[in-house]
Design a protein around this ligand. Structure first.
Ligand SMILES: [Zn+2]
Length: 151
């Protein structure tokens, strides 16, 4: 019998379900083969672990306490999701306002003050009192809408 055949018999051997002649073959093989002996030791250790596991009884109300813990954890995870959403929303607002503030500084570089004033003047003519706006009356909103409508 080769090692492969012996290994298939080892677990059966541990359960004491081998025929006498098979058992003798295994015993003879184990005397000379270190590999299969080690394999048998492993099987024995595994068997020990399983027999030990069967003796362990869960603590009283183990299941109830386990599920309580799981529910608490789930609740904590839900809260952290809400916090994350608030942080993302805040980050979005911060980004948008940063872009707006930056654009207020960058826009005047592309258009001369006269262009902007002309535009605001035209706008005012068209819509309000037909009067020329003073420099101090030109707001950031005027600058932004000038750029938006005139590229
Ligand atoms: Zn062997």
């Amino acid at each position: 019998m080769n090692c492969k055949e012996i290994k298939t018999l080892l677990s059966v051997c541990l359960d004491n379900e081998l025929k006498k002649d098979e058992e003798n073959l295994v015993i003879e093989h184990l005397k000379t083969c270190k590999n299969c002996s080690l394999e048998l030791d492993k099987f024995k250790q595994i068997q020990k672990l399983f027999s030990y596991k069967e003796k362990v009884e869960p603590a009283p109300f183990f299941e109830t306490r386990l599920f309580n813990r799981i529910h608490k954890k789930e609740h904590a995870i839900g809260l952290s999701r809400v916090v994350k959403r608030i942080i993302y929303a805040g980050g979005g607002l911060l980004f948008i306002s940063t872009v707006l503030i930056l654009s207020m500084f960058l826009i005047p570089k592309n258009h001369s003050y006269e262009e902007i004033q002309k535009y605001v003047f035209q706008e005012t003519l068209d819509s309000v009192n037909k009067r020329i706006p003073l420099e101090s009356e030109i707001t950031n909103e005027d600058v932004i809408s000038f750029v938006i409508y005139n590229g």
